[in-house]
Design a binder for this molecule. Structure first.
Ligand code: AOF
Ligand code: ZN
Length: 386
């Protein structure tokens, strides 16, 4: 009996492949693609590896055409060349194939030239350069297209990119760790380890998934954090902070006078980005190095202006790790897409309070060695917790 098409597991495989581009594809979307021959044999797979490099569809098609044992065996059995196999295949892709010449040529054209007769797409591409034109191009050439297949899952997977295009700002994740009785630190300005090593390693894996990591001035002064992903492999995000009132400047001077080592954030070991007050920018002229960029902003305190600046610089996602004041400012301005609260089972008894969770939907709760990570989403229309 002929199997039912399209089949969900092929698209789910495309989503799985797409995730291999996490941390590298941005500001482009993560995209995955599989080529399925006739009744349901995967003969090609691909994903978008890195910004500027070939797209998922092209990689999937090339994986069929490049010499490989699987296609060679199928060619021998069927007596068909890889090109002929492609002309009897369905291509599953997590995002609408592009129709424009960007850093890469249009994928829709490649599909048409290859002679693939059927395409199954999860999400439309909201990029104004594409936005339905890829699907129209395919249909005009006689390709049978199924759209919106597992679209909710596709949107979830591509949520960073969709947020960038639709909201013209990075995808914003707020993260903090709090004690069972709701404190973020034993007292303001005191570095306090709230959760254990397992969640710390997990946090480093979270960092590696995003383009940038941000903390406020207070956190730099109190914790002197490295803001790296040393307990995990993968992408090292850009570090971002603020010095809108010259406090880092004063502290750095003091450290220099004492002959003490510089703050990690300013040590030039990792690419970092510091927002300073426009009026003060000359004071930072000597700070600028290959790895430390000083960005003057004319409207101090306005996070929206900072987000605009980061969007202009193609920062697709941002994880904000504290402290409470900065996190609360993001919450107050409605500038967040996801909140991850790391909850310890220990009480601190007293201390500096964690941010107040806004109206949000809890989408996931994971437990690790007695500690919990709750993940919330900013889903419009929600008014209460969970
Ligand atoms: C696809 N497949 O794998 C990706 C797509 O500058 P370019 O040529 O790399 O184009 C980037 C745009 O192409 C990006 O903004 C998004 O609209 C689309 N990404 N499209 O067909 C892919 N990564
Ligand atoms: Zn493309």
């Amino acid at each position: 009996m002929k199997p039912k098409f399209p089949q969900e597991h092929f698209m789910r495989r495309a989503f799985e492949l797409a995730l291999h581009g996490q941390g590298y594809a941005s500001p482009n979307p993560m995209v995955g693609c599989v080529v399925v021959w006739q009744q349901g044999l995967i003969i090609g797979e691909g994903f978008h590896h890195r910004y500027g490099q070939p797209h998922a569809e092209v990689n999937a098609i090339h994986s069929v055409l490049a010499p490989n044992a699987a296609t060679e065996a199928l060619s021998r059995i069927t007596g068909k060349s890889p090109q002929e196999l492609l002309r009897e295949s369905t291509l599953y892709v997590s995002l609408e194939p592009c129709s424009h010449y960007g850093k890469q040529p249009p994928c829709a054209l490649k599909i048409i030239e290859t002679g693939i007769p059927r395409v199954v797409v999860s999400c439309p591409d909201p990029n104004p350069a594409v936005n339905g034109k890829g699907i129209a191009m395919l249909r005009e050439a006689g390709v049978e297209v199924t759209e919106h297949f597992l679209e909710a899952e596709g949107w979830e997977m591509g949520r960073r990119f969709f947020t960038n295009v639709q909201k013209k700002r990075p995808y914003i994740i707020l993260k903090w760790a709090q004690s069972a009785d709701g404190f973020i630190a034993a007292q303001k300005g005191l570095r306090t380890q709230i959760t254990g090593a397992v969640l710390q390693a997990l946090n480093h894996s979270y960092r590696a998934q995003e383009d940038a990591i941000m903390v406020g001035t207070n956190t730099i002064l109190a914790d002197n954090p490295c803001l790296d992903a040393r307990m995990y492999h993968g992408n090292q995000p850009l570090r971002i902070s603020f010095d809108l009132h010259g406090r880092l400047r004063a502290y750095r001077q003091q450290l220099e006078q004492e002959g003490a080592p510089n703050l990690h954030f300013l040590d030039g070991s990792i690419k970092s980005f510091l927002f300073v007050h426009e009026a003060d920018k000359e004071h930072y002229a000597a700070w600028q190095t290959e790895n430390l960029e000083i960005c003057p902003i004319s409207v101090p305190g306005t996070l929206a202006a900072c987000m605009q600046e980061l969007h202009n610089r193609k920062i697709g996602s941002l994880i904000v790790e504290g402290g409470t004041e900065l996190l609360q400012s993001f919450i107050r301005e409605g500038l967040w897409d996801e909140i991850r609260v790391f909850r310890s089972c220990r009480n601190l008894g007293s201390g500096y309070p964690a941010p107040v969770l806004p109206a949000a939907t809890r989408v996931k709760s994971e437990e690790y060695s007695g500690e919990t990570i709750d993940i919330y989403r900013n889903i419009p229309g929600n008014t209460g917790h969970e």
